[in-house]
Ligand binder design. Structure first.
Ligand SMILES: [Mg+2]
Length: 184
């Protein structure tokens, strides 16, 4: 077993780890959670099993708590444990005055109470607006909408390992991370 880093890795759920849709795609879903057909991002099982030996892991989604709990149950590999599983009730509702809409934001200061400093937290999300206040902590990935050739998790895994030992996540330039990994 590799030594675990002191970092907390928070993963978004929808379009980051899975794609859930009420309209089925042309191929068999990995499972159903009524009324959704759920497709796991390619390599998800291996990604979770491996990355959990390097980081403390959490899920934070802005979907309903019940949905998050049930989906996480279905995608968790054997013997893997989550430090936290958070849904919408832990998000902060914010108003976007330009678009006149509301959105749910994940505020990392709430996680500090769980014993991690901001410089130790990495959040992976496909929706920049939900992590707007976490700019220095966020690794943005391409949304997954069911493409069976998607290989984002493979590159993400390699990239996350480069963050394992850094002293402060917030000082690392993370834009363009995928291009850095393509060359490896
Ligand atoms: Mg998402």
């Amino acid at each position: 077993m590799p030594e675990k880093s002191d970092k907390l890795l928070l993963l978004d759920l929808d379009e980051t780890l899975i794609h859930a849709t009420t309209v089925p795609l042309a191929f068999t879903p990995d499972f159903k959670f009524d009324p959704y057909y759920v497709y796991m991002r390619p390599g998800l099982d291996q990604f979770l099993a491996n990355i959990s030996t390097h980081f403390t892991l959490g899920v934070w989604s802005s979907a309903s708590d019940k949905y998050v709990e049930e989906i996480v149950k279905m995608i968790t590999p054997d013997a893997m444990e989550w430090f936290m599983i958070w849904g919408k009730s832990r998000c902060t509702i914010k108003r976007d005055y330009n678009l006149d809409t509301y959105y749910f934001e994940k505020r990392l200061d709430k996680v500090k109470k769980k014993g991690f400093k901001l410089e130790q937290i990495i959040i992976v999300d496909d929706s920049p607006e939900k992590s707007r206040s976490n700019y220095g902590n966020a690794v943005y990935i391409e949304p997954f909408e069911g493409d069976r050739n998607d290989d984002e998790l493979r590159y993400l895994y390699d990239y996350l390992l480069t963050l394992k030992e850094v002293s402060n996540i917030r000082t690392i330039e993370k834009r363009g991370w995928r291009y850095q990994m393509l060359g490896k």
